[in-house]
Unconditional design. Structure first.
Ligand SMILES: Cc1cc2nc3c(=O)[nH]c(=O)nc-3n(C[C@H](O)[C@H](O)[C@H](O)COP(=O)(O)OP(=O)(O)OC[C@H]3O[C@@H](n4cnc5c(N)ncnc54)[C@H](O)[C@@H]3O)c2cc1C
Length: 421
């Protein structure tokens, strides 16, 4: 049976869990084709699982410009001196060995009527199912005075790689007693505890190398993820070093001057030696070009991560607007497995299991002082909905914090193997 596009749209009211027969049989052109855009946490996982589990029955092509993916997860540990940059890099050889056709290029356009993706190099790739996992881009003008042309003076280091190395070099070069300023992002953004783990790791580095240096955080929010845990940790390990200025005290009224290296917080101008600007975020641009965004993010159906604008396009990870899950690598990986299962089912008729998701976000505050927050989730007709959760407590023993840190190390090895093979 081959369904045309209109028939497929009509039958997409059936829940993913209820699919029994293949919905798309390659439209009469041989093997069904899946194109995945973005080889990060979501895209690499989805590509790998569809190729591996379909055992050659589905053609999977992954489009990713970088030859090495540097994880944002654990990149703060590199800033703190707990990891080398090489530890964060992952190649795509494992995916290729799993049968994924890896194309190092940029996707520059999506034609949803013709069902094709155009690449910067000129190729045009047809698909039966398209999976977009392009991560984030920044909202223009979010921090007055800052744009990407200023990212060398004031790095974001919110896409890992050269930006992370630059921030570390700037940290190393800070003068004695200098000032590190972070401009934190508004909700929603990639990795809710990420900026605060970063502050912890910067403080750890400065305490050892430049103990009279100061850290200022200008934050547009009134509270943040694991706030009590971070504030307890900063008081215990880095007393007097971190000055967090929330929205109540003008942290939401910030502009920067990258040429002068100054930051204005509620009208008060501070000279910065290092300024880490993390602007407001939106879905990676290709999601917008594909016409699947509504505002800054791409709304999806929780059962299979399909776009609300098009059942043959799925959006994973940070770019998606899915409900209760935080924008994390763990979330993207979890969503990718649900999506892979649903896409394979739709293309080959294989069994589709009900969607279940999980996430844990670990943060390192100081040597072996790890904390965590996490939850499990299920698909409802409206969204990915939180079922239950857990969080580290303030005042935990050093042994428990060490065990939490060791758990995070095991997680990193496991999840990167799950993504990249
Ligand atoms: C400092 C920091 C710490 C973090 N710590 C954690 C943590 O401890 N645990 C955790 O779970 N998460 C953590 N995260 C969050 C995690 O990194 C992201 O949530 C995750 O990477 C999202 O996966 P993704 O697939 O949506 O995007 P990404 O992993 O960013 O992948 C997107 C990929 O798409 C590619 N791409 C973009 N546009 C195109 C295009 N047009 N054509 C082709 N390719 C394209 C990019 O090159 C990129 O490789 C952290 C993030 C930061 C910044």
């Amino acid at each position: 049976m081959t369904l045309n596009r209109r028939a497929f749209l009509g039958s997409s009211m059936v829940t993913a869990a209820g699919l029994a027969a293949p919905m798309v049989l390659a439209d009469g052109h041989g093997k069904p084709r899946v194109v995945v855009v973005g080889g990060g946490a979501g895209g690499a996982t989805a590509a790998r699982y569809i190729a591996k589990d379909s055992k050659g029955a589905v053609d999977v092509t992954l489009i990713e410009p970088s030859r090495t993916y540097y994880t944002c997860f654990f990149s703060n540990l590199y800033l703190g001196g707990f990891r080398d940059m090489d530890d964060l890099g992952h190649s795509y050889g494992g995916l290729a060995a799993n049968g994924v056709n890896v194309v190092h290029d940029w996707a520059v356009a999506v034609d949803r009527d013709a069902k094709t993706v155009s690449l910067a190099g000129g190729a045009v790739l047809p698909y039966d199912k398209l999976i977009l996992s392009p991560g984030i881009d920044f909202v223009e003008g979010a921090v007055p005075g800052w744009d990407v042309s200023a990212q060398n003076a004031m790095p974001h280091a919110y896409k890992a790689g050269s930006q992370t190395e630059l921030l570390k070099a700037q940290l190393n070069a800070m003068p004695e007693g200098g000032t590190f300023v972070m401009v934190a992002p508004p909700n929603p953004y990639r990795c809710p505890p990420g900026p605060y783990e970063r502050i912890s790791m910067v403080a750890h580095h400065l305490k050892a190398n430049n103990p009279t240096a100061k850290i200022i955080v200008a934050d547009p929010k009134e509270k943040f993820s694991k706030m009590a845990l971070f504030q307890e940790g900063w008081a215990n390990h880095y007393e007097g070093m971190v000055d967090w200025i929330g929205a109540d005290f003008g942290g939401d009224n910030v502009s920067v001057d990258p040429a002068a290296m100054t930051v204005s917080i509620d009208g008060e101008v501070t000279k910065a030696d290092v300024c880490n600007v993390i602007p407001a975020m939106k879905a990676g641009r290709i999601a917008e070009l594909a016409g699947v965004t509504d505002g800054n993010w791409a709304p999806v159906n929780a059962a299979d991560m399909s776009s609300k604008a098009d059942p043959d396009v799925h959006v994973l990870g940070d770019a998606s607007q899915q409900g209760d899950m935080p924008k994390s690598g763990f979330s993207a990986n979890s969503q990718a497995k649900v999506c892979a299962n649903a896409v394979r089912g739709a293309l080959t008729g294989s069994k589709v299991f009900p969607a279940k998701f999980s996430n844990t976000c670990w943060s390192l505050i100081a040597t072996e002082d790890g904390v965590k927050v996490g939850a499990s989730y299920e698909a409802t007709p409206e969204k990915i909905a939180k079922v239950d959760g857990f969080i580290s407590a303030t005042g935990e023993t050093a042994e428990l914090r060490k065990a939490t840190f060791q758990e995070s190390e095991g997680w990193y090895s496991g999840i990167t193997a799950d993504m990249f093979g």
